[in-house]
Design a protein around this ligand. Structure first.
Ligand code: THU
Length: 143
């Protein structure tokens, strides 16, 4: 689905807002994510760090898990805001993989710093090429 610039702007503004809730006392690098669901709902998430560093969760996966917990498993677009970044920062590799479970390769992904600097526009397929794992059959809860 093609989303116009205005819709992506709106989604990015929500990602910036979500970054305000980030719990990032160790990295001091706040991240906010906003996911547009196929049902029109928007789910947001922020990074939540832990003193046992490996337990920290990224904003993007937080948003995905919030959405799935609320019954949405199909996403049309993602925006990611990194207001503390010095340069453009896209979703990490682990988040790209998790997003691909619920989002098609054509889905637009906008990421940026905010504060008037230009964001980058990409797609999940560009960020995660050759995603052959889509040939796998989803777990059905029985085996
Ligand atoms: N982080 C995200 O939330 N999303 C990303 O895609 C990259 C990294 C978070 C994890 C950690 O809390 C902080 O940013 C620094 O890595």
């Amino acid at each position: 689905m093609n989303l116009d610039d205005k819709q992506m702007d709106k989604l990015f503004a929500l990602a910036l807002k979500a970054a305000e809730a980030a719990y990032a006392p160790y990295s001091k690098f706040r991240v906010g994510a906003a996911l547009l669901g196929a049902d029109g709902r928007v789910f947001s998430g922020c990074n939540v760090e832990n003193r046992s560093f490996g337990l920290s969760i990224c904003a993007e996966r937080n948003a995905v898990f919030q959405a799935v917990a609320q019954g949405c498993r199909d996403f049309l677009a993602l925006a990611v805001a990194t207001p503390d970044a010095k340069s453009l920062t896209g979703p990490c590799g682990a988040c790209r993989q998790v997003l691909s479970e619920f989002m098609g390769p054509q889905a637009p992904v906008r990421f940026g710093i905010g504060g008037g600097s230009a964001p980058a526009d990409s797609t999940l397929g560009e960020l995660l090429p050759f995603d052959s794992l889509h040939d796998l059959i989803p777990y059905d809860g029985k085996s």
